[in-house]
Design a protein around this ligand. Structure first.
Ligand SMILES: [Zn+2]
Length: 286
């Protein structure tokens, strides 16, 4: 049985809700086709835990996307999680670059969280103003979402985990209690997530508090790529470009950068693609 799960919980005597996430199998699968260094592994793992923690709070069918776009060491990081806890993500470094810590890695980078319910996507900007993704997200929740939150994230190549604590809007909490919970959440380290990090971990961490634990929900790695989506990309590329690529290599091979799935298109496929849905002028898009 996979231990990858998210467990929502609430404090009986404090206006605070929370969730604990623990990923191992799905997290290792996400890294399978990549060769990330330790810092990028940690940053991607933090992003995976954070995105899943946000997604578990969705009350509707939708997708949360955390995206960091940089011009220095980190070129791009994308993490997506659906409301039913299907997660995928990847990151790429700028050519020939390296970084020694999160601040250097994300220097001059832009970070955004998009909530897409299939109707009208909403994007919020996350200022990378702390020394970590968790600090930046705490500021984001406080300023943009106006929900004071504590975010603790841990990751290495084996586990990605974390905890989100949020004040219940409209209710007052004693500042000392809030600080105490923050302190406790910040004590979480990777070792806590080795093995079955579940209800016991929540109970151990908040042993002084009365915590109501809700049903655990499974978290899985699942890519959302499909033949149809890749075909859409080729159509956007245009017939001329597609045929040029075909002439060069005999076939067009498209590898999904999230899950590593290979899809090949030969001349018959390309002809079918552009015969089925020829859009006048689509080749001339700049
Ligand atoms: Zn894929």
């Amino acid at each position: 049985m996979s231990a990858d799960s998210v467990i929502p919980f609430a404090f009986e005597s404090l206006p605070v809700r929370g969730a604990l996430i623990h990923m191992s199998r799905s997290w290792r699968r996400m890294q399978r086709d990549h060769d990330y260094d330790a810092l990028l592994t940690e940053t991607l793992g933090h992003s995976a835990a954070a995105t899943a923690l946000i997604a578990q709070s969705l009350k509707f069918d939708g997708v949360i996307t955390l995206q960091i776009q940089g011009s220095g060491s980190l070129k791009m990081l994308v993490m997506q999680c659906t409301n039913d806890m299907q997660l995928r993500g990847m990151a790429t470094m700028g050519e020939g670059t390296s970084a020694s810590d999160f601040v250097e890695l994300t220097a001059a980078a832009h970070c955004a969280i998009t909530v897409d319910n299939g109707d009208r996507p909403y994007q919020g900007i996350v200022e990378i103003d702390g020394e970590s993704l968790s600090t930046s997200l705490e500021h984001y929740f406080e300023r943009s979402v106006q929900v004071p939150s504590h975010v603790a994230l841990v990751a290495n190549e084996d586990v990605a985990g974390g905890m989100l604590l949020q004040q219940v809007p409209g209710q007052n909490i004693d500042e000392d209690d809030w600080t105490r919970l923050h302190f406790l959440a910040k004590t979480l380290v990777s070792k806590d997530f080795e093995g079955e990090a579940g209800i016991e971990l929540i109970r151990k961490l908040f042993s002084e508090d009365d915590v109501r634990v809700h049903k655990a929900r499974a978290v899985d790695f699942r890519c959302r790529c499909s033949d149809r989506k890749v075909e859409e990309v080729l159509k956007m590329l245009g017939e001329k470009e597609s045929r040029a690529a075909l002439d060069e290599r005999g076939e067009i091979e498209v590898i999904c950068e999230y899950c590593g799935e290979k899809r090949s298109f030969d001349s018959v496929d390309v002809s079918r693609l552009f015969a089925a849905n020829s859009v006048p002028g689509s080749d001339s898009v700049q």
